[in-house]
Design a protein around this ligand. Structure first.
Ligand SMILES: [Zn+2]
Ligand SMILES: [Zn+2]
Length: 356
């Protein structure tokens, strides 16, 4: 515990509100102390996700005042807390403990920060639906800080393929959530996939789908994002409200815009599936059964992810020549990064680089 009792820099959401009201403020606070079974991690890079914006602006109700956002943190383990002890649940059995990262290891801290481990969802492999699930940057402080603590069982080992921390950070939410959304969209092998919105998560998901042999159509209002989509190998890129050039077997709605739900459903072929990837969506307009759902079209949500999703995704992309389009910000510019995201001025993924 060499570094504790020192003060350090972090960003905190003091009063959620529109970015113009500067909800994110720099703060000085003590280096956090890792609790039982936790790790203290020195952050190198933290990605900036739209969920951080929802937390700052209050679309997601705060669960504690002054919370530090950030759930795509890559950093080095600098200390471990005491060992976890005692029974973990009504069965009296401790959780099986996987290999715990050691001091100096580079790890990733993502959105899912903890689950109960004993409810019917946890036991059925759906820990993303655990009613007791906790989230980084919402239930506990996240990576817009020089140090954070995390439950050792919920951090990820990262691909050891020489990738820079700035390219690994976006994989932790943008990548993993896109992976789960693609699973939920049930794209058949070689199928036609529509991506509505083309930000951080979509540009990674497009590359995963292309690597799996899909034809990808991108529908987004931002011209620069459309150019990036074509550069990455999309078959077409049009405006969000345009019809794609062919019917879709599956679609994922990344834009938090409920108005696009009927648009995307109407673009599906018979039997197609639309998965809504976001944690927050504006209201969905009235649907017409014949135009939007009949012919066995399916509408489904995506709720966070399991650790298994995270591990499977990181293993799958370890071998892929993924192009992670990042826009770097200094740590001191975290509020500007969020404001740029709010104003759609970020193409790809904004990342805070704490190494400078
Ligand atoms: Zn549970
Ligand atoms: Zn996220």
């Amino acid at each position: 515990m060499v570094v504790t009792e020192q003060e350090t820099d972090a960003w905190a959401v003091e009063r959620p509100g529109p970015m113009a009201t500067r909800p994110l403020r720099p703060v000085r606070r003590a280096v956090p102390e890792p609790g039982p079974g936790e790790l203290l991690i020195e952050v190198e890079v933290c990605g900036v996700c739209r969920t951080d914006l929802h937390l700052a602006e209050g679309d997601l109700a705060p669960r504690a005042p002054g919370r530090t956002p950030g759930h795509e943190a890559v950093g080095r383990v600098v200390a471990g807390g005491p060992e976890r002890s005692g029974p973990a649940g009504p069965s009296g059995q401790s959780h099986p403990s996987p290999a715990v990262p050691g001091i100096g290891d580079r790890v990733g801290v993502a959105w899912l920060a903890g689950t109960c481990g004993v409810c019917r969802y946890c036991r059925a492999g759906c820990e993303n639906l655990c009613p007791e699930s906790r989230y980084t940057g919402w239930d506990r402080d996240g990576g817009f800080a020089r140090y954070l603590t995390a439950d050792a069982r919920y951090v990820y080992e990262l691909p050891q393929d020489g990738r820079d921390a700035s390219e690994l950070a976006p994989l932790l939410c943008a990548g993993i959530i896109g992976y789960r959304a693609l699973e939920r969209a049930e794209l058949p092998p070689g199928g036609r996939l529509g991506l509505y919105g083309f930000g951080a998560s979509a540009h990674l998901t497009a590359q995963l789908a292309l690597a799996r042999g899909a034809t990808v159509h991108v529908l987004t209002r931002a011209g620069e994002a459309r150019r990036l989509a074509l550069e990455l190998g999309a078959a077409s890129a049009g405006d969000a409200y345009d019809a794609p050039p062919e019917p879709l077997d599956a679609a994922i709605l990344f834009a938090p815009v409920g108005d696009l739900v009927p648009v995307a459903l109407a673009a599906l072929d018979r039997g197609g599936t639309l998965a809504v990837a976001g944690i927050h969506l504006s209201d969905i307009p009235v649907l017409n059964y014949a135009d939007h759902l009949f012919q066995e079209r399916t509408l489904r949500s995506v709720t966070a992810n399991t650790r298994e999703d995270g591990r499977s995704y990181l293993a799958e992309v370890a071998g892929l020549p993924l192009r992670v389009h990042t826009v770097r910000y200094a740590f001191t510019d975290a509020d500007r990064a969020l404001a740029d995201l709010a104003a759609d001025r970020v193409t790809g993924v904004a990342v805070l680089d704490l190494r400078a």
